[in-house]
Design a protein around this ligand. Sequence first.
Ligand SMILES: [Zn+2]
Length: 1004
Amino acid sequence: MHDDRKLVEERLNRVLTQRIMPAVHAERIPLDLRVWQVPGEPVPVAQALSAEYEPFQVGQQWGRPWGTCWFRAAGEVPQRWAGQRVEAVFDLGWVSDWPGGQAEGLVYDPAGHPIKGIAPRNQHVPIGGPGPVTLLIEAAANPDILHNGFVPTPLGDLATAGDEPLYRLARAELAVLDEEVWHLGHDIEVLRGLMLELAVTDPRRHEILRALERALDALSLDDVAGTAAAARARLAEVLSRPAHASAHTVSAVGHAHIDSAWLWPLRETIRKTARTFANVTALAADYPEFIFACSQAQQYAWVKEHSPEVFQRIQAAVKSGQWQAVGGMWVEADGNLPGGEALARQLVHGKRFFLDEFGVDCRGVWLPDSFGYTAAYPQLARLAGMDWFLTQKISWNQTNKFPHHTFWWEGIDGTRIFTHFPPADTYVGEITGAELAHTVRNYAEKGGGTRSLLPFGFGDGGGGPTREMLERSRRVRDLEGSPRVVIETPDDFFAAARAEYPDAPVWSGELYLELHRGTFTSQARTKAGNRRTEHLLRVAELACTTAAVRGRFDYPYERLDRLWKTVLLNQFHDILPGSSIAWVHHEAEAEYARVTAELEEIIDAATAALAGSGDTPWVLNASPLPRTEVLDGAFVRVDPSYVGPLVPADPPAEEVRAGARYLDNGLVRVEIDDDGLITSIIDLAAGREVLAPGRRGNLLRLHADLPNEWDAWDVDRHYRHQYTDLTAAESIVLAEAGPLAAAIRVERAFGDSRIVQTIRVRAGSRRIDVRTEVDWHETEKFLKAVFPLDVHADRTAAEIQFGHVFRPTHTNTSWEAARFEVYCHRWLHAAEHGYGVALINDATYGHDVTRDGGATVVGLSLLRAPRCPDPGADQGTHQMTYAIVPGATIADAVAEGYALNLPLRIRPGGAAGTAAPLVDVDGATLEAVKLADDRSGDVILRVYEALGGRATARIRASFPVAGIEVVDLLERPLPGESLALEPDGGMSLEVKPFQVVTLRLRRA
Ligand SMILES: [Zn+2]
């Protein structure tokens, strides 16, 4: 046979797009439009119902950036359409078919009840029989921020966005949907999609081609509607052939990945969820097999508050089994930066919301889009009662292809969780032939497993899954050449995947994303806000629990719950990473300021209740470790987790001596040159120099930083090729001269910016602090503080949630080379046998570690200045402190990390007071002290093993305890775990490396 394949395929494309698709809505009647432009921010529907509307024509412009227009659309369904499928069709003037991140609408009936959302790929609204029709459309003129690629735009902030209308309304009409033509379109699309993925040597490809050709021959271009059925009949046979016995199974799960804030503010996400969820519940009614998985408790909470009718529809869909709440987190948080306790609370608040609202106990973590995943996850997820984990983001790796799609992921403590990466490499699937074929080709566990998951549906306001996707899914349930597609819940998928492949391969350690490495640093004020409020929450819970147990204070359950949820929301995977528009980050900074003020007030009230009145100094140490340090010009020793009268300590033998260029406290001696750089750090106890020979420490290095794309997200390796060392100092002043502390202040000006650093040494401590204030006005620059250490470290330890990970310092393999920028939490530790150095920080996450001969060079990533999506990112003032601790073990790093982030607090109080901490934990690290969420008054302790070894922890409470229980993160008893109360009221607990244990102490 002559090969005319190309000709037939081209004919098919033209007829499908230019004849069949336009014939789907054969008969149309324009709707009359009137408009009301909301003067300010969005309003409730009730207000729109009573507003004054003006005439409006299709083709007219509407919508200043972020503005809302309400359209009233009126028309009449004619009698002759009786019995046919009538719908209204709208085109708000979409800039492309990119679904999400641009104009969207929510359609209401005349009484103000929401019907469904409209978006570029979901434009219809079902209409009943003949008679008058009135619809209200709340249209949001959200700007398409990335329309011109990764370039600065003023559109991301209400203050700079201007008021030029963005959209031109293109279509508003009533139409009849011709079902036969519509189905013919789906038949052809599915067969064409399958055909194009089959090998040219595969007979099936040619059989489909000839069937499609016969269908085209049966279709009259002059009467598509009248001949569609005949054309379909020619396709019935090829559509009826069953899948191969060995066909892969795709578990298709409806989904809508809605970023809680990103290229739009939080307030718009509230509306996006209402639109998409209204669509989803409408679709569920039309397609009984449809199942939708939806994460992020916060979004449900918004819908419950702002769109109660949509929420009721969700409740009904959950009951009917068509809607599965998944993920069990408050939001889909960043996977790297949230602190340990915060990550636990993401799971607690998410799971509890779904339990309370729907009686659903989520079984898995659903994080398709976060930028890498901490090795602490497997344990925390299991402790929250989860048994599966899903993402696909690692498919975005720039360098290395991840070897698995279905595997056991093992965390730092050895806990494993069954994990799946959808091999379609997307979380916004459409169930196309290309996607399904890619799924099968890509799936790495072939031979071991036979199934994979495909999340389908448009995200970010694109409207979620569509009827077109469901029509396609019906046709590929059992179709020769295609994988089998079943629609099922993620829980069902994971149960089947695990049952068929219990000995799946194991991946141990963090899931590092080889992309978006700038998210460890971008929008530094947002990150500092997160770090500080996480620690303030800890202080507040400790102070409130201590005061409440001692009967002096009502535990502020509601306030703490609300404050936690604000901090958790801002850990969303485009807020904390710094990848959102200006609006979002301004709001986050304001929220952190509000949370900080309220927590300070709570801490103050709780400690005041404990301390009473008087002028005895009281101290609060929220760190889990004892401290001996300089406080308010005195030397004090404070127990861990202590709120009580201050106990002075003997000052250390040596005072701090200082000169114009040196600081010396008998433990460390720091020398500074005329550039203000550190030329020497001598560990006097160990008798060794800490800095590499001939190198200077705390070197501020300003790099050019223009990634190839994804500005706020990415640092590309080429940043290292271009830099300026900031060596010129404007002034170097001895700012504090002992005897308990001494400091040298160095001021520098560079570009349009200034930086003031105070290098400080205190009596009795090896920690050398560098307090840093920057007035930052650079663009596309990356500021690092570099410490070349005379330590030969094969690997560094970096603090993560409830422990640390080791990362090699070499670049032998492409995997290590790709980790040229990493993160840690409060500390990073570099050591050779017998000697280590720790770098501690109070707000800096990004780091890089390189080797230079025998030296280990650590760079702290202090600031960036990307220009997209927020052209003003990071401009302005920043405060941060980092520190170097010579001669530090990992235990020292842990202690100094807590100490720097939890400064001692002092206040006046009465002379009498209990001088014992509420609880004393020895041998393990206490991470949280709080009252139980069930308001029983029980005290909850979360402890963990921080060093990577085994230990026997001794726990003693300073209040009467009737019993003790090991519980999960949700404070529910863990079966099989028990702990005995010893006669003296204490208890012993065996902890394994990096184990996290939550205890419930029942009060007597
Ligand atoms: Zn996302």
